[in-house]
Write a protein that binds this ligand. Structure first.
Ligand SMILES: *Cc1c(COP(=O)(O)O)cnc(C)c1O
Length: 419
């Protein structure tokens, strides 16, 4: 452990296999106050909202109001990496999720829907067996309420867009990492965007404070939210169906290795929890973080979870991967996942850029830097215990589709310097 800790301090790329991984996945899934039944509840809720989403967002028509992303084989990228990786490599394109073009379209949107439903049910304005398209009649009522959130960009975008469509007032507290185009897009949706010249932790703090003094304000707490977590976890069962449609059956002879870019942890933690509930020990899940912001890696390695921050080991939390620029991990996720996650690894900014350019070149898939963090899972795959020639590797590509063309050209240009 000392050796790995030193590498983290030195900002060297490194990996860690979790010694606390449980060999009894079903009981580990039940041990921390969240259960697989909660995922079913979230799944049913998203299904109830499908008719409404189909009306509100054209781009969800093809999937009947279900917000889901494509799965693609990227063996050309694998071959371009030239790293002797055994097994097929797939990519989960959350970068292309409808509505907000990032993994936050799972959890962020889910929690807004959960809150709207709760208010409407409590007030007798809705029944769960009704057509939820009816909610559009209650926009004025929902407009009495405000939703607040702290974000490095993408969570704000998802929550802002969804909330404003339902009529809520929205307040997004943005860290200094947040890109101008994300703020501009939110303003165009009528959201109140407040920017701080400090990092994500402060943005969350301000959002929390603003909600404390206002009983009509609901704060979506990215550091502790069970709802966000469950919104992400629904991905597990849906991925199984997608793999099966490609005749891929995950088993102990054909394990699934999943590499998940991790910021505060809710997105990758929720997805990993959902995957473990579906595939058990046959799925191996790893968190991927920038060498400047390995907060979850540090929290799990030290066992201190949210009681330690990357600044405590001298790191600056400055990375081009804005979605991952988080210095302190989620308390909830650290605890729920400590016996379920297979391991962690880190990646430098220059390698994220390099893989971004390589992905654009070999597969014509355009991603934001954060979304490439998982690629080191392929590079480290033998160290991560993957010696199966039948294994399926899955890069969870967490964002990119909404990046403006000019910004994307700059990203690719930067990445080509390292090729
Ligand atoms: C938010 C985000 C992540 C990680 O999700 P967390 O819940 O913060 O861990 C990864 N990639 C992108 C692009 C993101 O926006």
């Amino acid at each position: 452990m000392q050796e790995i800790m030193q590498k983290l301090k030195d900002m060297q790329e490194c990996y860690w296999l979790n010694p606390h991984l449980s060999n009894d996945v079903p009981s580990a899934l039940h041990s921390k106050g969240i259960t697989p039944e909660d995922i079913e509840d979230a799944r049913a809720r998203l299904n109830r909202f499908a008719t409404l989403l189909k009306i509100l967002f054209q781009e969800t028509r093809a999937t009947n109001g279900i917000i889901e992303s494509p799965l693609r084989c990227i063996n050309d990228f694998r071959d371009a990496l030239n790293a002797q990786i055994s097994g097929d490599v797939y990519i989960k394109l959350d970068s292309h999720l409808p509505i907000s073009g990032s993994i936050k379209a799972r959890g962020g949107i889910y929690e807004v829907l959960w809150y709207a439903e709760k208010l409407l049910l409590e007030q007798g304005r809705l029944r769960v067996d009704e057509d939820y398209a009816k909610i559009l009649e209650h926009r004025e009522f929902l407009g009495k309420y405000k939703i607040a959130v702290g974000s490095t960009g993408n969570l704000g975008l998802s929550i802002g867009i969804m909330s404003s469509k339902l009529g809520f007032k929205v307040e997004v507290h943005m860290s200094n990492d947040a890109k101008e185009w994300k703020k501009a897009m939110l303003k165009s949706h009528g959201c109140n965007v407040i920017t701080y010249d400090s990092d994500y932790g402060r943005a969350v703090e301000e959002g929390r404070r603003s909600a404390e003094s206002d009983e009509f304000c609901y704060f979506i707490d990215d550091e502790n939210s069970k709802n966000l977590f469950l919104g992400y976890s629904v991905a597990g069962k849906r991925l199984k169906a997608q793999l099966e449609s490609l005749d891929i059956i995950i088993s102990d002879e054909r394990p699934l290795y999943v590499y998940l870019p991790c910021g505060v942890g809710g997105g990758p933690g929720g997805v990993a929890y959902g995957l473990k509930s579906v595939f058990g020990a046959n799925v191996k899940c790893f968190f991927a973080e920038p060498t400047h912001s390995p907060c979850m890696f540090l929290g799990l390695l030290s066992g201190k979870h949210d009681a330690i921050s990357v600044s405590d080991i001298g790191l600056d939390n400055k990375t081009a991967a804005d979605g991952l620029a988080v210095g302190r991990a989620s308390k909830l996720v650290g605890h729920v996942m400590e016996n379920l996650i297979d391991g962690c690894f880190s990646i430098s900014d220059s390698n994220m850029y390099k893989f971004l350019a390589l992905m654009a070149k070999s597969e014509d898939i355009k991603l934001e830097p954060s979304a490439l963090a998982g690629v080191n899972g392929l590079i480290f795959s033998k160290n991560l215990g993957n010696t199966h020639k039948n294994a399926i590797h899955l890069l969870w590509a967490t964002g990119g589709n909404m990046v403006p063309d000019s910004q994307m050209r700059e990203y690719i240009k930067e990445g080509e310097r390292y090729l």
